[in-house]
Design a protein around this ligand. Structure first.
Ligand code: SIN
Ligand code: FE
Length: 303
């Protein structure tokens, strides 16, 4: 696992941009000591003020760019002006990150789906969450309700705390961990698995033929979800795996393929994040992709 520190983002050559994609796909974190995303001091103060002033804005708050909608805000009790302001800050953040990455990761431009953004106002140390929702345990990301069908989960983060670091620990990327625990401890996906059959019967049962609805999980998605749970629930993995500590300073940004790099957040408060689902076909080094690794191990197509 390694961190690639990026201090200059302007005027990069096409070869450098391809190299950044390659590093990401190999499981590196791209780290920007000074975030390329500008937020105004007023907006930062507003975001950092939420914890103290408005009890209804405490949770992880998601922003859905396509519908310009916030979730996780209690709109019944939240002050409508504060909700509007938060929505407008999140809209601006989401657009700025996309504009930046369209240039910075040019080989991917137009080949991703813009997913949700989030505002994470809570102190991460000592959060009391059910085990599978804990982010202080190492895990790879998988979405229970938004299967990706092989598209990659790329996340861009900003630490917007005034002074404190956001403290992560990460482990070795997908191939190393998957080959250690699958198939002995976690069954490999199979194209004719229960999930696959359920999808086929659902698709044909309602007359859709081969057109599987995108909300259904493929055998790949099914595995990635089980793998997320398996890692969080496996005490041996949590205690004995390779660990690399990173403390992302106030005002920094970083990005990583969170579907392949086991990660956990141990401490920190106030972060912004934007997620992209990058098309499998856009990979410049597909040999590292979880789908490639799993299809190799299973000896079959999994999508
Ligand atoms: C996560 O994606 O597991 C949490 C990362 C963070 O909030 O820093
Ligand atoms: Fe995560």
């Amino acid at each position: 696992m390694s961190l690639v520190t990026i201090t200059a983002t302007e005027g990069a050559s096409p070869e450098e941009k391809r190299e950044w994609c390659e590093r990401l796909e190999a499981g590196c974190i791209l780290f920007f000591p000074k975030s390329p995303i500008a937020l105004t001091e007023n907006d930062l103060l507003f975001l950092r003020g939420q914890q103290q002033t408005d009890s209804s804005l405490h949770k992880n708050i998601a922003y859905k760019p396509k519908s310009d909608e916030l979730t996780g805000v209690d709109t019944k009790t939240a002050n409508p002006a504060a909700v509007d302001r938060l929505r407008s800050i999140m809209r601006g953040y989401s657009q700025s990150v996309t504009t930046f990455l369209t240039g910075f990761l040019a080989p991917y431009a137009g080949r991703w789906r813009l997913d949700y953004a989030s505002f994470r106002p809570q102190e991460e140390q000592g959060r009391d969450l059910p085990l599978r929702r804990r982010n202080d345990l190492l895990h790879t990301d998988a979405f229970p309700t938004r299967p990706t069908h092989g598209a990659r989960i790329l996340r861009f983060f900003n630490n917007i705390h005034a002074t404190r670091t956001r403290d992560w620990v990460v482990s070795d990327p997908f191939r190393a961990v998957a080959t250690k625990y699958a198939p002995a401890e976690i069954a490999l996906p199979r194209p004719d698995s229960a999930a696959g059959r359920a999808m086929k019967s659902l698709a044909t049962g309602v007359g859709l033929g081969a057109a599987v609805p995108s909300f259904k999980r493929s055998p790949y998605d099914d595995f990635m979800m089980r793998f997320h749970n398996f890692l969080k629930e496996n005490g041996e993995f949590q205690s004995s795996c390779a660990k690399y500590d990173y403390q992302f300073p106030a005002g920094s940004s970083w990005m990583v393929y969170t579907d392949m790099v086991p990660h956990a957040v141990l401490a920190g408060q106030y972060a912004l994040e934007q997620t992209y689902l990058v098309a499998a076909e856009a990979m410049v080094a597909p040999e590292h992709a979880p789908l490639t690794v799993l299809e190799e191990m299973a000896g079959a197509k999994l999508i």
